[in-house]
Ligand binder design. Structure first.
Ligand SMILES: Cc1cc2nc3c(=O)[nH]c(=O)nc-3n(C[C@H](O)[C@H](O)[C@H](O)COP(=O)(O)O)c2cc1C
Length: 315
């Protein structure tokens, strides 16, 4: 038995059966085929895979440079390059093996109507769940401009809710003051789950030319550098999710089992792995094995027993 089909790792996420709590994150695995060419990699090592951000019309993305390495992380400003929802639904989804894992679409748009239409197209497809990205920092319209405004966040969620009965996951921006208040508005508007957090806005500067390294001037910071910020946000969002039974895909800088376990304890039901895949495509096997070892050492039967078990210090 490989670790990825060990029953202790299985989680129920909005009624979907994830065979491990790990979710491969949007933008880091293409459209689900990216890593299948890597020897030893299996989609089965993840409970779910989020596809690259998809919009109603195709997008070419931003000018280069689009990525830049930073201490313990990276900045990216891809700009949601994608072939458009019709191509994804008609040409890419039929090639995915839905026996291997669950597949989650990641929807973006410049207007509320874009979000509605794109979600509707995915609703009429075999996709297992739909994640609404209202937190992309790399596009001029929509994205984080919606995600940082609770009223607009709620309106996007409300529109997508009308477009589908599939599980709806709202991806929250860390670049806002009151993430828990925003989460509450999204719950009221009909979201089934959250993903937290998306990238933090950042910049890197070439001191010789005195210009930003990233073509888009600014981008989204990801990787281990953002983990402490992400853990606090997940803890805060969990405070409003707990009573509603709303699950969270905790994410931001996860690169080993200990990181994943921290997110589970903070309140996540599933844990995303993104940037770490770029330097170790086989990292999920190691994380799964490490979580299993922890469960055994703590005499826990299921990874689900860890969610939200954080004991705060009393004052
Ligand atoms: C190159 C790159 C592209 C990304 N593209 C998307 C995207 O299309 N949609 C989205 O919701 N998030 C996107 N993200 C954000 C990740 O899904 C994830 O939320 C974030 O990177 C934090 O996790 P990590 O530190 O494990 O990478 C992207 C991240 C990176 C590094």
């Amino acid at each position: 038995m490989t670790t990825s089909n060990h029953s202790a790792l299985a989680v129920d996420f909005c009624g979907l059966n994830f065979n491990t709590p790990l979710v491969l994150l949007s933008g880091c695995v293409g459209f689900g085929e990216e890593y299948t060419r890597v020897k030893g990699f299996s989609n089965r090592d993840a409970g779910a895979i989020c596809l690259k951000g998809t919009t109603l019309e195709p997008r070419l993305g931003n000018p280069p440079h689009r990525v830049c390495e930073t201490p313990e992380g990276m900045i990216n400003a891809i700009g949601l390059q994608n072939p458009g929802v019709d191509k994804v639904v008609n040409e890419i989804l039929p090639q995915l093996d839905f026996n291997e894992t669950r597949f989650i679409a990641n929807v973006s748009g410049s207007t509320i109507e874009d979000y509605y239409e794109t979600t509707k197209r995915f609703d009429d497809s075999p996709i297992d769940a739909i994640e609404i990205n209202i937190s992309c920092p790399n596009v001029k319209e929509g994205g984080v401009a919606f995600g940082n405004d609770p009223e607009m966040s709620a309106r996007v969620v409300e529109a997508c809710r009308k477009a589908t009965n599939k599980p709806l996951i709202t991806k929250l921006s860390p670049n806002q003051t009151d993430i828990a208040g925003n989460a509450q508005r999204c719950i009221d508007a009909g979201t089934d789950a959250f993903a937290a957090i998306n990238t933090l806005m950042g910049m890197a500067i070439d001191i010789e030319s005195r210009t930003p390294i990233i073509g888009n001037n600014q981008g989204g910071l990801s990787g281990p550098a953002i983990k402490p910020a992400a853990l606090l946000k997940v803890h805060q969002v969990y405070q409003v999710c707990r009573d509603h039974g709303i699950p969270i895909i905790g994410q931001g800088g996860v690169s080993c089992a200990e990181d994943a376990i921290e997110f589970l304890i903070a309140g996540a039901t599933a844990v995303g792995v993104g940037t770490a895949l770029f330097y170790d495509p086989l990292v999920c096997q190691k994380i799964n094995a490490g979580i299993l070892e922890y469960l055994q050492r703590h005499e826990l039967e299921s990874v689900q027993q860890l969610t939200g078990t954080l004991q705060l210090h009393g004052h």
